[in-house]
Design a protein around this ligand. Structure first.
Ligand SMILES: NC(=O)c1ccc[n+]([C@@H]2O[C@H](COP(=O)([O-])OP(=O)(O)OC[C@H]3O[C@@H](n4cnc5c(N)ncnc54)[C@H](O)[C@@H]3O)[C@@H](O)[C@H]2O)c1
Length: 313
């Protein structure tokens, strides 16, 4: 039986991934931890502890005490937040990963999951159908930390046989957790504001196409990758995964199909430059081939599900 430790469980992905892993493995086998206090949606659903993802000794002690066999490392500073505090972002993102990789070897962990991002790509990367292997010259500290992290994952697999797995998530859209300071957060806020006020001012301009994914697909991708037989995986860097690509006006139109009065305006800020450096669409054929990845939600299905759940919430 696996015992799972999640570091950074109270964030946008962590809340939903924790709930999904508890469904799969049983609540008592999934230990949610975060620097922050327990997220309301996790309360009463299983064990929770406050734990700093950069504190190697504390994580090592936790692993030994609870008999942890798998670690999901989600704690990070995201793209827009990282640009406000580059050294802090580098320190948190790299130190937490390197320590978890070290602990993976020392404590003989069965598996580790650590997400990368489309932020590894930069302005010199081909923007359409960005391949798995291509020019990688990120211009944000977040992207640099993710790409360095991918190389370290491959290194620990090659050198120590550590079973570490990763995907390059695109912008993720969800109704449960709030986004944590990424460049694609507008695509979550727009749904909340469409219902609350009927208007939204996008911090990315018209025509800014980015790769996105509904959280249900992202969680399923994570679970499927972690279940795939090790011998089917041809990279221990992160897999490209894709679902939908759209610009603010397209998500606006999909909302107007449900809320005809909804009004969208634009006031691009510093996040526009980050968005402009990223791809518009992603070629995920390697993930499809190696472990059968396939998205289920398109823009219309996502909008219908988001609005339905936010109205009920
Ligand atoms: N959300 C997205 O669109 C997206 C896209 C690509 C990649 N990712 C990656 O997925 C992972 C999770 O992202 P998210 O969107 O859930 O982020 P988030 O900001 O919503 O959540 C991160 C969580 O980590 C916690 N945290 C921060 N520092 C910590 C520390 N030192 N110790 C313990 N916990 C700490 C925060 O309290 C927060 O609950 C990150 O690695 C992120 O880079 C996210």
């Amino acid at each position: 039986m696996s015992n799972i430790l999640i570091l950074g469980a109270c964030g946008q992905i962590g809340v939903e991934l924790t709930l999904a892993l508890r469904q799969k493995w049983g609540a008592d086998h999934v230990f949610a931890t975060d620097l922050a206090a327990e997220h309301p949606l996790l309360q009463g659903t299983g064990p929770f502890a406050q734990l700093d993802a950069t504190d190697k000794d504390a994580i090592g002690a936790f692993i030994r005490k609870e008999g942890i066999t798998q670690v999901y490392l989600l704690a990070a500073l995201l793209s827009a937040t990282g640009e406000k505090a580059p050294m802090k972002a580098w320190d948190i993102n790299m130190r937490s990963l390197l320590q978890v990789l070290e602990l993976g070897v020392e404590e003989k962990l069965e598996k580790i999951f650590w997400p990368s991002s489309i932020a590894v790509f930069g302005p010199t990367t081909p923007k359409v159908d960005t391949p798995q292997q291509t020019v990688v010259e990120p211009t944000t500290v977040y992207g640099i930390s993710k790409y360095a992290g991918e190389l370290w994952c491959q290194y620990y697999f090659d050198r120590y046989g550590l079973d570490v797995r990763s995907v390059r998530y695109p912008g993720l859209i969800s109704w449960k957790g709030q986004p944590g300071g990424g460049t694609t957060d507008y695509a979550v806020a727009i749904y909340h504001e469409s219902l609350a006020t009927g208007t939204y001012t996008s911090f990315l301009g018209e025509g800014t196409v980015l790769p996105m994914m509904y959280m249900d697909d992202a969680i399923r991708a994570t679970l499927e990758l972690m279940e795939a037989p090790a011998e089917t995986l041809s990279t221990r860097m992160a897999y490209n995964i894709a679902a939908i690509s759209f610009a603010p006006e397209e998500i606006g139109r999909s909302i107007q199909a449900h809320l005809p009065e909804f009004k969208l305006s634009y006031a691009p800020d510093s996040r526009q430059a980050i968005a402009d450096s990223w791809p518009q669409s992603i070629d995920d054929s390697l993930a499809r081939k190696d472990w059968g990845w396939k998205p289920q939600f398109d823009l219309e299905a996502m909008t219908a599900d988001m609005l339905k759940n936010l109205k009920n919430g």
